[in-house]
Write a protein that binds this ligand. Structure first.
Ligand code: PMP
Ligand code: GLU
Length: 384
């Protein structure tokens, strides 16, 4: 028997669909995949070369559990300069972004605590909240508002048990970006009600309109914010498993305790490569974002041409989150599209109750796949 806490948690909806796609591909069935949220580009050469250099130099042993000093410094410099978060290397823990989330939940949540998060939101937030025995409290966002949360919505569900609030801008799965004044309102609420913020900024550089604002940059917010981000999306490095937590020193120590009892440290020879990613040329990253913007426009236009399907124009990340009017659940729709259209999408319901009657389409794939895959979906929708 698995533990009661695991029983409460479904498998990751995003990873489950991606696993089905891999299995079908293995069996020789061609599927156009709009499922996994990962760039289809190769990791830039300068980063790969830095990794090979560190391997060749024999940099293959444990590192300090918090990460190598050069990398912690490079992350802190990036956060201070780009994100205006006043921090130093001591405020950085190098860890995969998903691991950071997991450790934060274990480090800060007790049974009975409540955590406010937007609905829809990325699949793993609810899972880690439940694993820690705490309670997810969803704030329902609206298609008409481009799925944006605001301070009033959050304030309406605050109770004396509210411990933490989760933000993810740009958002997975909706692609919406929270404006500065909305974030300022949420910051004021958190200061007033003494709530901690977990700000997941993994898509911070994949932004087409508006600006990325880190909530930890507002006055009096650093002390109550845990900011997580990483290299996966920005530099097409999903398989490298490298990210970070930026937080006050006492929180870095607390979460590092969990790191020392779990992964010990991030893979050694990837860390000098991460320094190169942050400090070397940023041209490949910029080209990738320009390409994503073209694909966003293309996918957005094509999806909105399907009868009974409508979609907002996302300002960031690489997902569309369209709504459909057909009478089929989002899980059945994903299975139907896999069989009928040979296209993989992620059911909207995986991202929370408000995701029902939506699906997530990751457009981090070629223009040809976008054109062919959406045409195939259009034919399949017309048969429903
Ligand atoms: N946060 C969000 C919003 C994500 O979409 C993902 C998926 N990559 C992660 C965190 C986890 O990132 P990583 O795979 O780099 O751990
Ligand atoms: N974050 C990506 C996604 O949403 C990768 C899978 C996962 O970690 O959930 O598709």
């Amino acid at each position: 028997m698995v533990s009661k806490r695991l029983m409460d948690v479904p498998e990751s909806g995003t990873v489950a669909i991606a696993n089905i796609v891999s299995q079908l591909k293995h069996e020789g069935i061609e599927i156009i995949s709009f499922s996994m949220g990962e760039p289809d580009f190769d990791t830039p050469d300068n980063i790969k070369e830095a990794c090979v250099r560190s391997l060749n130099k024999g940099f293959t042993h444990y590192t300090p559990s918090t990460g190598i000093p050069e990398l912690r410094k490079a992350i802190a410099e990036r956060a201070s300069n780009d994100n205006k978060i006043k921090c130093t290397a001591k405020n950085v823990l190098v860890t995969p972004t998903k691991q950071a989330l997991f450790m934060i939940a274990l480090a800060y949540l007790d049974p009975g605590d409540e955590v406010i998060l937007p609905d829809p939101a990325w699949v793993s937030y609810e899972a880690v909240i439940r694993l820690a025995g705490a309670k997810p409290v969803y704030v329902t966002t609206k298609f008409e508002d481009n799925f944006k949360v605001n301070a009033d919505m959050m304030a309406s569900v605050v109770t004396e048990r509210t411990k933490m609030l989760i933000l993810n801008s740009p958002s997975n799965p909706t692609g919406s970006v929270l404006p500065r004044d909305t974030l300022k309102g949420i910051a004021d609420l958190c200061i007033d009600k003494k709530i901690r913020v977990l700000s997941d900024e993994i898509y911070e550089h994949i932004i087409y309109e508006g600006e990325h604002v880190s909530i930890a940059s507002f006055d009096n917010m650093f002390d109550r914010t845990l900011t997580i981000s990483g290299l996966s999306k920005t530099y097409a490095m999903t398989g490298w498993r490298l990210g970070w937590l930026i937080a006050p020193e006492k929180d870095i120590s607390a979460v590092n305790k969990l790191q020392t009892h779990s992964i010990t440290c991030v893979t050694s020879f990837t860390q000098p490569a991460a320094v190169e990613a942050l400090k070397g040329t940023q041209e490949p990253r910029k080209r990738m974002v320009e390409e994503f913007k073209k694909r966003r426009n293309l996918a957005f236009d094509l999806i909105n041409e399907i009868d009974g399907v409508e979609c907002n124009r996302p300002e960031g990340a690489f997902y569309l989150f369209p709504r459909y009017s057909h009478k089929i659940s989002s899980e059945d729709l994903a299975m139907y599209m896999m069989k009928e259209a040979h296209v993989a999408i992620t059911p909207g319901r995986s991202f929370g109750p408000a995701g029902e009657n939506h699906f997530r389409l990751s457009y981090a794939t070629s223009e040809k796949n976008i054109i062919d895959g959406i045409a195939s979906m259009k034919r399949a929708f017309s048969k429903l």
